[in-house]
Design a binder for this molecule. Structure first.
Ligand SMILES: Nc1ncnc2c1ncn2[C@@H]1O[C@H](COP(=O)(O)OP(=O)(O)O)[C@@H](O)[C@H]1O
Ligand SMILES: [Mg+2]
Length: 285
């Protein structure tokens, strides 16, 4: 009996164990783009790792894409095995993502990997009342344990992405230098407006990040930059260059900062970390 009360109290007043509430109040950043291959996962992984490594933040990376690329990209860093799958937690509603977060070898970085059944989960989700709120609910306790929660989204605007947007405070949109990618930005902004109108959840745009930038494609770059001009103040100043070191780091299962801290893309992603920190603080005031 005494231990039951003690456990209950511990849960109420906090502590770093299990489902106890922590002392943090996380900012949730959704990394979202409709197109595949634009660098969402690369950005989510390196932003999360960079915030932990250089910003001293306690960070949770949540993979909402059933392809499971976050776990692949951090393969060499992950420690332990998940107690349950992300899909089961989203649908079960009894557990918090805090309980299935995996530690990594990087100080301050935890990961909730996706599972291969997440696609099927999405189908089941669509029949649920409050189907857009499942991730938000599952992050209630986790929010109190981390400074930042980064959510990597699948390449579409389906239920999993909508869940990420509804759970998020901020939206970061990677956009490679292609016209199709810019069209996708319009669709995401429409979805954000729609979520604001229908659910009263107003997430803010942290920025549009130009990725896979190749200075040799001058004509295409100019066309894309011209299309992006209407989002002027959302476009982050930094451009992530095309750099094979990113693919190599992914293969090695480690963030670019551990693979080659001095390469061009590591320098760019460090700037992304700084810019995101600056913007999030500025707008939180
Ligand atoms: N700036 C870049 N330069 C070169 N390769 C990149 C760059 N960004 C991502 N990649 C590679 O492109 C592929 C797709 O990137 P990824 O981040 O998985 O995209 P998404 O999550 O949007 O589908 C991966 O193999 C990744 O290593
Ligand atoms: Mg991806």
């Amino acid at each position: 009996m005494t231990s039951l009360i003690t456990t209950g109290l511990r849960r109420l007043i906090g502590g770093d164990e299990g489902l106890g509430l922590g002392q943090h109040q996380a900012t949730v950043v959704a990394v979202c783009a409709q197109k595949g291959g634009v660098g969402k996962t690369t950005t989510a992984v390196n932003l999360a790792a960079g915030l932990a490594m250089y910003g001293g933040a306690k960070v949770l990376l949540v993979d909402m894409d059933g392809q499971g690329h976050c776990a692949t990209a951090l393969q060499a860093e992950l420690r332990g095995a998940a107690a349950d799958s992300l899909g089961a937690v989203l649908l079960g509603r009894r557990r918090d993502l805090q309980e299935i977060a995996l530690r990594t070898a990087i100080d301050g970085l935890w990961v909730v990997p996706s599972d291969k059944d997440l696609g099927a989960t999405e189908g089941v989700m669509s029949g649920r009342i409050g189907k857009e709120m499942l991730l938000r609910s599952a992050l209630k306790v986790a929010r109190t344990h981390y400074d930042v929660i980064v959510v990597d989204c699948p390449p579409n605007l389906g239920s999993l992405t909508v869940n990420a947007l509804v759970a998020a405070d901020w939206l970061l949109v990677p956009c490679d230098m292609s016209v199709l990618s810019v069209e996708g930005v319009d669709d995401i902004f429409d979805a954000v407006d729609h979520i604001g109108e229908t659910m009263g959840h107003h997430l803010a745009v942290l920025g549009i990040l130009r990725t896979r930038y190749d200075a040799r494609n001058q004509k295409v770059n100019e066309a894309v930059e011209a299309s992006l001009a209407r989002y002027e103040h959302y476009v982050l100043p930094v451009r992530v260059p095309v750099n094979t070191a990113l693919a190599q780091a992914q293969l090695a299962g480690t963030p670019i900062f551990k693979y080659d801290a001095e390469c061009r893309s590591a320098v760019a992603y460090r700037e992304v970390v700084e810019e995101v920190t600056r913007r999030a603080q500025m707008r939180a005031r």
